[in-house]
Design a protein around this ligand. Sequence first.
Ligand SMILES: Cc1cc2nc3c(=O)[nH]c(=O)nc-3n(C[C@H](O)[C@H](O)[C@H](O)COP(=O)(O)O)c2cc1C
Length: 305
Amino acid sequence: MEAVTDIVFRHVIAKAARPDIFFTEFTNTASYFSDKGRHSTAGRLAFSPDEQPIIAQIWGTVPEHFAFMSQELAKLGFAGIDINMGCPAKDVVKTGGGSGLIKTPKLAAEIIQAAKVGGIPVSVKTRLGDVRVDEWPSWIGHLLKQGIDNLTIHLRTRKEMSAVPAHYELIDDILKLRDEIAPDTLITINGDIRDRQHATALAAKHNVDGIMIGRGIFTNPYAFSEESEPRSRKELLDLLRLHLDLFDKYAAETPRPYDPLKRFFKIYVRDFNGAAEMRDALMHTTTTDEARAIIDDVDDAVRPL
Ligand SMILES: Cc1cc2nc3c(=O)[nH]c(=O)nc-3n(C[C@H](O)[C@H](O)[C@H](O)COP(=O)(O)O)c2cc1C
């Protein structure tokens, strides 16, 4: 997820409860194609060996850029490439990229073939269609004909954004189409899946190959855990401490300003007495040390736990 799943946050999640596969934030292939852009996008692709298997998500509109980048990603050691054909953000769609590719299926197919040049597995992440839900058999069928290793489907159209419930009612029909067209392509389902328990229940009902969880981690950093019991304040604050430490540790690989870090605080500081006040104090900090001092104060004030 853009500005979320960087090397820092992925390590926090790995410590809390690790998913089977990690995906990077998406990186623009056109930027990466230019020397200057490659340098400025490098932080998005930073990862460490303990994160394997890790997939690089990329987006763009020019097959040549995908061919180039796929070879570089293979050299960097990524376990696979995921092509974003689902992002509904206006600035992405107006370039023809992300979910804009749903309207240019021929180009989408050329991009997939180009991404195979690097020789590592190729996956596509997309939506059901552009405007109407009933576009899915044609669009999904088209993608299944491209010989991809995995297809992740966010069960909404571009137009639906995230404003309606995900269309779980289509999962079995999608799997049937996959079995007919491309039995070797894995199907991963995405949309509104809260945590591992929810994922396991869905997987038991429908024979999907994978489940992707996105926003679930915003309300529960332990979303990938096998256990579902509530976490203590201490556990959550320790994760926040870890997040601050890793923000400093990876500052060279992923240089990021301090302010955007604040959007993560509500993930950890919730559901305990005084959480709102603590969040408010944290929002006024300007350094990781100031944030650590607030956590220490709260811990001191309420000990023993
Ligand atoms: C802040 C944010 C950033 C996102 N960035 C990406 C992205 O870079 N690539 C991508 O494929 N999807 C991205 N998404 C979409 C999610 O991956 C996911 O498809 C969507 O939120 C629905 O699944 P969920 O209900 O599990 O979150 C993003 C979503 C959010 C909320």
